[in-house]
Design a protein around this ligand. Structure first.
Ligand SMILES: *Cc1c(COP(=O)(O)O)cnc(C)c1O
Length: 444
């Protein structure tokens, strides 16, 4: 039984004393592109996608990659080439999916706050389905569709009130979360959706959270979805499609220290047992599980500093590049690029970034082999919710992104330049003459 991304360290292999991703030495990427840099393995992306596809084969399913996990064009295009659809949560993501080659007819639009403009734009593109999360949104979409002379394909996202047993910030299917329609209200709303002139009601959707490591919440949620499907059908409402969401967790700890992750075949089996015999088309929306362990963040040690009671390893990567540790207390495995000699003794250090926040801490008291300034380290499991959550806090340019395949690599997003970062802001015209640059231009 294969489990998804069961060991984050599998992305790298030491050869000749140096960490490689596929056939490319990470020191080569650092030398040519600099750091911090996100590095993705195309072979790993293809492998995880194909594993997912194999697990749900024969279930009449569309795999709609959740673009928010990693929206790089080269990543989305890789999945497009394998036949994926997309789950998008903004019109920007829809544009990215289409740009990357995913047909509009395979795009699902999720999210609690779709604006009228976003709905108009997605409707004009002819997307597969809107996942609707409130009565008001349903009415708005119907109105927009009628005005455009169209009917919008709609699934109702229900909140099944199950505890996904994951981090509180990424649980989405509990009562009290902002997501979905309370399952008790779903029948009335489905009946209404089936009558609205601009709506082609065709199904139900759920998404109960992210980084799930147990199948029980899925089993409960899928059962509730199946019960609701039968109830609605009993009222004469047609349900053609069930969208089961995403959320499958990956391993962030190496060597299985985190405990079990979800095996894909078991997940598919739970889906088959609960909703498989309803004759519905299925949609899966995996994000993290497809990309998380296919990417890493390559960083350089700026300095090692001995504090009062601990040693700090200060990287040139920071919370603006990878916010998950600061935001969720997330664990990322850290490995040196230069292979430590056998028998090297590890000792605990705090691995931090240079940002002026104490939360700019990647790992507290993490056992690492001795590291020196200028050495390269990698933070593993950075393919999902890494670059996409980056910011320029502390006026730090957005990191570069690199794709590796075999012995070659390519920059798939250049590091942001200082010109780009500094050139975006404007002064009000009554202030413009105060800039040294404008003064010199005026003098010329
Ligand atoms: C975020 C999200 C996903 C993907 O979640 P993962 O945990 O990355 O698999 C799928 N569907 C919806 C609606 C989402 O918001």
């Amino acid at each position: 039984m294969q489990s998804v991304g069961s060991d984050p360290a599998r992305l790298i292999a030491y050869r000749g004393g140096e960490a490689h991703v596929e056939g490319v030495a990470l020191s080569r990427i650092a030398a040519e592109i600099g750091t911090p840099t996100f590095v993705y393995s195309r072979s790993a992306l293809v492998e995880t996608y194909q594993r997912f596809a194999r697990a749900v084969d024969g279930m009449n399913a569309t795999i709609c990659y959740a673009v928010k996990a990693n929206g790089n064009l080269a990543v989305v295009n890789t999945f497009a080439g394998l036949g994926a659809g997309a789950d998008v949560v903004s019109i920007g993501e829809m544009k990215r999916a289409i740009q990357a080659g995913i047909p509009a007819g395979r795009i699902v639009f999720s999210g609690v706050g779709k604006t009228d403009e976003e709905m108009r734009s997605a409707l004009a593109q002819g997307i597969l389905q809107f996942n609707i999360e409130s009565p008001d949104e349903l009415n708005a979409l119907s109105r927009i569709a009628v005005a455009a002379g169209k009917r919008a394909s709609v699934a109702l996202r229900v909140n099944p009130d199950v505890d996904a047993k994951t981090h509180e910030k990424i649980t989405t299917g509990k009562k009290g979360n902002k997501f979905g329609i309370d399952i008790a209200h779903a029948p009335a709303m489905a009946a209404k959706a089936a009558r609205l002139p601009g709506i082609a009601f065709d199904g139900l959707a759920i998404h109960i959270g992210s980084q799930l490591t147990s199948l029980d919440p899925y089993r409960h949620a899928f059962k509730r979805l199946a019960d609701l499907t039968r109830e609605l059908r009993g009222q004469g409402i047609v349900i053609e499609r069930l969208d089961l969401g995403g959320g499958i967790g990956i391993a962030y700890q190496t060597d299985g220290a985190q405990g079990p992750t979800i095996a894909l075949d078991d997940y598919a089996q739970v889906a088959a047992e609960t909703v498989g015999n309803l004759g519905c088309k299925l949609v899966f929306e995996p994000g993290r599980s497809l990309v998380g362990n296919a990417g890493l963040l390559l960083a350089r040690v700026v300095r090692v500093k001995d504090g009062e009671d601990r040693r700090f390893v200060i990287l040139d990567a920071a919370m603006n590049d990878l916010v998950r540790p600061a935001m969720y207390g997330a664990h990322h495995a850290i490995k040196p690029v230069r292979q430590p000699p056998a028998g090297t003794v590890e000792s605990p250090v705090d691995v931090v970034g240079p940002i002026c926040e104490s939360s700019d801490l990647f790992a507290a008291q993490r056992a690492l082999p001795p590291v020196l300034a200028d050495e390269l380290l990698v933070l593993l499991s950075c393919g999902a919710y890494g670059f996409v959550m980056a910011s320029t806090y502390n006026m730090r340019p957005l990191a570069a992104e690199v794709m590796v395949e075999g012995d070659r690599f390519a920059v798939v997003r250049p590091r942001q330049s200082f010109e780009d970062m500094l050139g975006t802001d404007r002064l009000p015209d009554w202030q413009a003459s105060d800039l040294p640059e404008a003064r010199s231009r005026g003098a010329a």
